[in-house]
Design a protein around this ligand. Structure first.
Ligand SMILES: [Zn+2]
Length: 397
């Protein structure tokens, strides 16, 4: 993208503040707006739809290494970059390098305080805005070596948008952090995603019996009819405040004149309450088994957990430290219960307590995806405040 577009926004850079009493300043005031945007735009210009993260992975490894981190990639491509601390404590900061869907050739437009696209592709602020904040944090820490800081373990995962593939694969025994922060949500800056649902993928394969529909239909058992009766009997949509369910695809049958022998349904269910989720899945299973039994066929019903619910209490380290950082930049803490998962679900399941935080992204996964530069800068200030607060959990003093 051209630098002339950058200038459209016009307002002055927030360079490192000078001319003030240094004791009144915190490093979060030194976030450099123009540098942050330039780095964000560079990341957006590199195509990285899920499954095609090689080029951006290479670039990120060299960027993180150039800013003082010890870097490594695992066999699926996750990047782990560790910035050694100058005092005790280790925190995790997590983002992902893939973008949703298959869009390529993303052309960001900087306009009226926003970064957006021309409407033909997604933007990829999900999650390149989070990565840009990490690079700005590292740049500030490099330029302010006297700033005390804990060890920071950055994880930039691959395949997040296809069911948290990278973080599912990540060997967390390599990490020392007891807790962390996942920069990968929408919502107002100041919000803390402390509670998410469990999500399961459901696959229902109905087997009937094929027959010639014109000559001897009575010999057939229609798998389409079975699937239709099962769907009609299922609770779907918004079940209650915690629970949702959906059948998203249906595939089966061969020809107009063949009683269909096989149909596959794909669906999902989510709930913030594990017990309610189990009940919902059971109701869907019974609807399938009932229809199959009534019509004389069979159904195979499989459940795959994609991520598990977590709920971080207010007094737990990641919540407390995120809240302190949010307040330190003058914002109000907004507790957020989310309907979707992030890598935070996997880290929590693997024993690293994490909250998820917003980057300013809006309408992620849509061609209207955009981000306010002000919000991006503020999200970055919150991140810098998290990384430079006086004490982190696990420190003795
Ligand atoms: Zn994301």
């Amino acid at each position: 993208m051209g630098s002339s577009e950058l200038a459209l926004d016009g307002s002055a850079s927030r360079g490192p503040a000078t001319g003030h009493d240094a004791s009144e300043l915190s490093l979060s005031d030194a976030v450099d707006r123009d540098r942050l945007i330039a780095s964000f735009l560079e990341l957006l210009s590199i195509d990285s739809p899920t499954g095609h993260e090689t080029e951006i992975g290479r670039l990120l490894e060299s960027r993180f290494a150039g800013l003082g981190c010890q870097t490594s990639r695992d066999e699926v491509g996750n990047l782990v970059a560790v910035l050694p601390g100058t005092r005790a404590g280790t925190i995790l900061i997590s983002t992902h390098m893939d973008t949703a869907g298959s869009d390529r050739g993303i052309t960001p437009i900087v306009d009226d305080g926003l970064v957006r696209t021309d409407g033909s592709t997604i933007l990829g602020a999900d999650d390149k805005s989070g990565i840009a904040c990490c690079l700005e944090l590292l740049t500030l820490l490099r330029d302010h070596p006297a700033q005390p800081r804990p060890t920071i373990e950055f994880v930039v995962s691959v395949g997040e948008e296809r069911g948290l593939v990278g973080s599912r694969h990540l060997d967390v025994s390599r990490l020392k952090a007891s807790h962390g922060f996942v920069l990968d949500t929408a919502g107002p800056i100041g919000s803390i995603t402390y509670w998410t649902p469990t999500s399961v993928y459901l696959t229902m394969t109905f087997s009937g019996r094929k027959a010639h529909a014109g000559v001897e239909p009575e010999k057939g058992v229609s798998a389409i009819r079975m699937a239709a009766e099962a769907i009609a009997a299922m609770p779907l949509g918004r079940i209650d405040a915690e629970t949702v369910a959906n059948i998203g695809t249906i595939a089966g049958g061969e020809a107009r004149n063949i009683v269909p022998g096989s149909v596959v349904l794909e669906g999902m269910a989510r709930s913030h309450d594990q017990g309610k989720l189990d009940e919902q899945v059971q109701a869907m299973r019974e609807a399938c088994e009932g229809a199959a039994a009534r019509l004389g066929g069979r159904v195979e019903f499989t459940v795959e957990e994609i991520y598990r619910t977590y709920r971080i209490p207010e007094d737990a380290a990641p919540y407390r430290e995120a809240a302190a950082a949010i307040r330190s930049v003058g914002l109000t803490v907004v507790p957020r219960k989310s309907g979707g998962g992030t890598d935070a679900n996997l880290f929590n399941a693997k024993g690293i307590a994490c909250v998820a935080l917003p980057t300013g992204m809006v309408d992620e996964h849509a061609t209207t995806e955009r981000i306010s530069i002000h919000d991006l800068v503020t999200a970055c200030r919150v991140l810098v405040a998290i990384a430079t607060q006086l004490q982190h959990d696990g420190e003795s003093s």
